[in-house]
Design a protein around this ligand. Structure first.
Ligand code: MG
Length: 339
């Protein structure tokens, strides 16, 4: 019997407006996806429609409606099920990610094991997660740094006209390790000007300095940089990785971009084969999507899974980043429950 599909829109609010180089807001809508088998077991997933990647809430709902009658009979054929989704809804990585998460959740629940265990991973290998300070006025940023007291590593959003002032504000407020994300907000000349400033402020990682397609510029920046340069917007799926070799030190994987848990594993293998670092990131999402990504963090170097922690109304509980350390759930499947 084919799996049955249900979905609902969930509205989330961040504690503070979440501002990055290309703008931001406080309210986010995601889609909570559930697939169920004939035995009443339910697998959960979440779709984050990123307008930057051409997605919308309506597009996700339309894609889900389109695949509803075409779900697989056998949830254990994860590879086949994911390949079929690429054929059916190539346009929506967010929707494919939600269904991939739901299939994995269902399989784990049927077997009675967490997904990380299904993959042969050790939950104790999960790294710490950074916590992100969005772009804001100095006083608000000092307040955010204080609120992030429990988190040992901060990620600072840059890509503005006042990046050095932002760094100074943060560094004056804390001695913690700092990572920065320019979200494609610099050009090559600005990035080269910023490198010694980042070094002065003790920044340990630089994410996506340049527009996604400027890989030649990226190579120049990376060659001049003493700190690792990781790409996010330049790298959506595993096949993006070979052209980044020599131009970036690492990649940032997000399920909403790559569209599947198995693709995330392929990205990790591809990056490792090229000697590159691996980071996992997220969107403003509930603990469903955050937990799904957390399951493969024992394989990564850097994690930025603060999407649910930045919100005030996450309806779910799963992987936790309390105190910065990622703690994977022991429950079967994704191990996510309603609060
Ligand atoms: Mg990023």
């Amino acid at each position: 019997m084919p799996l049955r599909l249900a979905f609902d829109v969930v509205t989330l609010h961040t504690r503070h407006p979440f501002i990055i180089a290309r703008g931001g807001r406080s309210e986010y809508q995601v889609v909570w996806v559930r697939v169920s088998d004939g035995d009443g077991t339910e697998g959960w997933g979440e779709a984050y429609p990123s307008s930057y990647y051409g997605e919308s809430l309506e597009g996700v709902q339309a894609a889900l409606t389109r695949v509803a009658a075409k779900l697989p009979d056998d949830p254990f054929d994860l590879d086949g099920a994911e390949r079929r989704l690429v054929q059916l809804i190539p346009e929506s990585a967010a929707t494919r990610a939600a269904l991939s998460e739901a299939y994995h959740d269902l399989v784990g629940k049927r077997l009675g094991v967490p997904v990380w265990k299904l993959w042969g991973l050790n939950a104790k290998d999960a790294p710490q997660s950074s916590f992100t300070i969005g772009i804001d006025e100095p006083e608000k940023m000092r307040q955010k740094v204080a609120e992030a007291a429990a988190y040992p590593v901060l990620k600072i959003k840059l890509g503005t006209e006042r990046d050095e002032a932002i760094l100074k504000t943060i560094r004056d407020a804390t001695d913690k390790p700092i990572r920065v994300d320019a979200n494609a907000g610099w050009d090559q000349a600005k990035a080269l000007r910023m490198l010694p400033i980042l070094k002065d402020y003790g920044v340990e990682l630089l994410e996506q300095p340049l527009p996604p397609a400027d890989l030649d510029g990226l190579g120049v920046v990376r060659a001049a940089s003493d700190i690792p340069v990781v790409v996010d917007e330049s790298c959506l799926v595993a096949t993006d990785i070979p052209k980044l070799v020599g131009k970036a030190d690492g990649i940032n994987i997000k399920l909403a971009k790559c569209g599947s848990l198995r693709e995330a594993l392929r990205m990790i293998a591809t990056a490792r084969a090229h000697g590159m670092k691996v980071m996992v990131g997220c969107m403003i999402e509930t603990s469903i999507a955050i937990t799904a990504a957390a399951h493969f963090t024992p394989l990564v170097d850097f994690a930025d899974l603060d999407g649910a922690a930045l919100t005030v109304d996450d309806p779910f509980a799963g992987a936790s980043i309390d105190g910065g350390q990622i703690r994977l759930p022991d429950g079967p499947g994704l191990g996510v429950r309603r609060k």
